[in-house]
Write a protein that binds this ligand. Structure first.
Ligand code: ASP
Length: 411
């Protein structure tokens, strides 16, 4: 067994990913019988989400030390979330306009998937859902956003209580460390989970489903890769001023887990660990930015919503004006913020964007069959973006240990 643990975890994970794809292609739909192993892994990681966010966010806010600095970190993170989100949507719109993925598509060749129920909740409901009615309920239901609000308030309370808050702050510090150790244990399951999930996707999807929608799937990958390897490196190089290679090396685990699970939430514990251990982001900044980012910062989803709307408009012959483009950029941004960090969330948000510019909701049925394979790439883009913002904000506020990032070997 010793040899297994001597291989760095990220190498085991990448190996599992490749092996999983091969197994799926060779074994075909039968590979679905392996899916339970992937589900086992996802369950184990999800188990960590609530205690990890709660302990590390409270201890992180308390460690920031004063409210002014908290505002500085929060303000910068939000600004970067918004700017990168806008660039992403317009990239999706640009790719869709220039390369026209929907023109000439034979829709009769596409097997239609189910249309998800459009999200009925309005904006007031969404704002109300941020406030936790009962913190315990929020934890039991794994509602990440209200949990973050609650944890932030407890952290702020500790800061305001000064010396009298110290004993509780210590409990949270110790809890955060314990949760990191538990995360380490659970991450040993990663190679098995990634292998099983990749075999399932590759086996079940097959090549035929992809062919008719190849242009859309291809552009989704192109857009996401441009964001990951164009936009983020620019931000990391120019704003964070740290080596780009070190960033990607440190993020391999989180990127592989996000790709195979298609869930920002399920990847959250891994992203937290990568940013803290491999990228040298301080626990306070990483827990704050990564937890928040996993829920609201979704650049891959924003790009895809823009692209998919144009695809729908093209297959159904809907003409879009400049005003429509602006409308899409607004609704796609809101959709990306509102989408939960779970598989297929972006698909549900399409209804919001399509409805705003008169693109038939039927489009959703056309793309549903291949959504998973696109979702995997969107999620990787979303998760990498959270880490890029965390590194940048940490660097701007003196919370980055560059040596750790440069020497990111493995863990
Ligand atoms: N699955 C994505 C995520 O968890 C959201 C989406 O469907 O676009 O980040």
């Amino acid at each position: 067994m010793g040899w297994w643990f001597r291989i760095p975890l990220w190498q085991r994970v990448v190996g599992a990913l490749v092996l999983g794809v091969l197994t799926g292609f060779l074994w075909g739909p039968e590979a679905a019988s392996l899916k339970w192993i992937g589900d086992f892994f996802i369950k184990a990681v999800k188990m960590l989400v609530v205690p990890l966010i709660f302990f590390s966010l409270v201890s992180g806010v308390a460690a920031i030390g004063d409210l002014r600095k908290l505002g500085k970190v929060g303000g910068r993170a939000m600004l970067l979330f918004v700017v990168t989100g806008q660039i992403a949507v317009w990239l999706g719109l640009g790719l869709g306009t220039v390369l026209q993925p929907g023109v000439g598509v034979d829709t009769s060749a596409i097997e239609r998937g189910p249309v998800p129920e459009p999200n009925a909740t309005g904006w007031t409901d969404m704002i109300l859902s941020i406030v936790p009615e009962s913190p315990v309920q929020v934890m039991a239901d794994v509602q990440v956003l209200p949990l973050i609000v609650f944890a932030l308030l407890i952290g702020i309370g500790i800061l305001m209580a000064k010396e009298e808050g110290t004993p509780v702050a210590k409990i949270f510090d110790s809890g955060a460390i314990i949760m990191q150790k538990v995360t380490m244990l659970v991450m040993e399951l990663t190679p098995f989970g990634v292998f099983a999930l990749m075999a399932w996707v590759a086996g079940v999807l097959g090549m035929e489903a992809l062919q008719s929608l190849a242009q859309l799937v291809g552009l989704n990958y192109l857009g996401c890769l441009l964001i990951i390897f164009g936009l983020y490196p620019l931000m990391i190089r120019l704003l964070a001023k740290v080596p780009v290679i070190g960033f990607f090396r440190g993020m391999i685990d989180a990127m592989a887990v996000s790709y195979s699970t298609a869930s920002s939430n399920a990847t959250l514990p891994v992203t937290l660990r990568c940013t803290q251990r491999n990228l040298g982001v301080s626990p306070s900044v990483s827990s704050f930015v990564i937890s928040l980012g996993a829920t609201i910062n979704m650049n891959g989803t924003a790009m895809y919503l823009g692209l998919a709307t144009l695809f729908g408009a093209q297959i159904f012959g809907v003409d879009l004006s400049l005003a429509d483009y602006i409308m899409i950029s607004v609704t796609a941004t809101l959709g990306a913020i509102g989408a939960a960090g779970i598989p297929g969330a972006g698909l549900i948000m399409m209804a919001l964007v399509f409805g705003s510019v008169g693109v038939p909701l039927e489009t959703i049925a056309f793309v549903a069959g291949v959504d998973r394979i696109m979702d995997m790439m969107r999620t990787t883009t979303n998760v990498t973006g959270d880490a890029a913002v965390a590194v940048t904000v940490a660097s701007m506020t003196g919370e980055l240990n560059v040596e750790e990032l440069v020497s990111a070997d493995d863990v």
